[in-house]
Design a protein around this ligand. Structure first.
Ligand code: ADP
Ligand code: MG
Length: 324
């Protein structure tokens, strides 16, 4: 696309240490990779489109982080160890003021997770980034969505709701005046994929998913695939002080936590007999996890506050209330 201007050479080649399992990366028609023995390959693709997933004038470093972090989060949700990434980049023009910070942030995060860029494609058109990540899972192990059982405990990593509050700030300039607006906006873009947690859960969790569409929607995928129900204690939801102050009301903050998308935290289920092992398995991850409820028989999906059932609407995201 870019003729004699050697964009790929300048921005994408030789920006990373060579992994031992990469025989040939950028520069030829294909990448060539060594597949280690006794592992399976987990593969996931995600696209970010300007105007849909981020505003075209968003900080390019944050866009790069979001694109790669959301892809690596899918590997984390399977318990996979990230290894390789390829990138299809569609650019309206060669804007070096956009490309330079985009690439710097991309390689910084890729290096942190020891993920090597192995190839890609670059085309002209409306701004969009498609990444395909690949990682390793030990044979016969993976965190799937269909193995949650009645009685298992439901956990989430980190804190929930900040990403939705950050999106409020991005979409409504009036909200920028709030003292935590800048921090919440930053959190919307700069999530932390929970790779170490996912790996540590391989022998412990019965199911896992990453929260990209909102806790209730994503937990809903586990419930549907596992043919079970759930009870969630909304007072147990982990909330940041910034979120609580930003929305001003606890029950609204809880509603944000239930519905906020693009969090890239993990939601997972743990059988009673593995609960004791969970803490020591996660000790090295420096990641907070919180038990928010329990798997129930199919057909029961309830939210409770101090033991009382709440009236709620999953579809309408209505402000939920105790039944009168
Ligand atoms: P081809 O015509 O065979 O598709 P390209 O000219 O598109 O080759 O790409 C040349 C080389 O640069 C390939 O090895 C390709 O993987 C790599 N490449 C192109 N665009 C990107 C990108 N955005 N990120 C990483 N590698 C890229
Ligand atoms: Mg090409």
């Amino acid at each position: 696309m870019f003729g004699e201007f050697n964009l790929i050479e300048k921005y994408f080649s030789d920006r990373q240490p060579q992994r031992k399992d990469v025989h040939l990366a950028l520069g030829d028609d294909c990448a060539i990779l060594h597949v280690p023995n006794h592992v399976r390959i987990a593969i996931s693709t995600d696209t970010l489109v300007a105007g849909t997933h981020f505003l075209a004038d968003a900080n390019p470093a944050w866009v790069a982080h979001k694109a790669l972090a959301s892809n690596i989060s899918d590997l984390a949700a399977m318990g996979a160890t990230p290894a390789w990434v390829s990138m299809a980049l569609t650019l309206p023009s060669i804007d070096e003021r956009w490309l330079a910070p985009f690439c710097t942030a991309f390689f910084e995060l890729a290096n942190y997770y020891n993920v090597q860029l192995i190839g890609g494609d670059t085309t002209k058109g409306p701004l969009a980034i498609t990444l395909t990540v690949q990682g390793f899972i030990p044979q016969d192990k993976a965190l799937l969505r269909d193995q949650a059982k009645v009685g298992d405990w439901i956990y989430v990593t980190g804190e929930l709701g900040d990403s939705k509050a950050g999106l409020d700030v991005i979409l409504d300039p009036k909200k920028r005046e709030h003292p935590f607006a800048a921090e919440l906006e930053r959190r919307h873009y700069l999530s932390t994929p929970r790779v170490l947690v996912g790996q540590a859960l391989l022998n412990i969790a019965s199911s896992a998913i990453d929260i990209s569409d909102g806790l209730m929607a994503d937990l809903g995928h586990i419930l549907h695939r596992s043919q079970v129900g759930a009870s969630i204690d909304v007072n147990a939801l982990p909330l940041s002080k910034e979120l609580k102050q930003f929305v001003g009301e606890l029950s609204l903050a809880q509603q944000y936590a239930l519905t906020s998308g693009e969090e890239y935290e993990l939601c997972f289920t743990v059988p009673e007999e593995n609960r004791g092992a969970l803490e020591s398995a996660l000790a090295h991850t420096a990641c907070k996890v919180t038990c928010i409820g329990q798997i129930r028989p199919q057909g029961i999906i309830e939210l409770t506050r101090q033991g009382k059932k709440l009236d709620w609407s999953l579809m309408g995201y209505d402000h939920f209330k105790e039944p009168v």
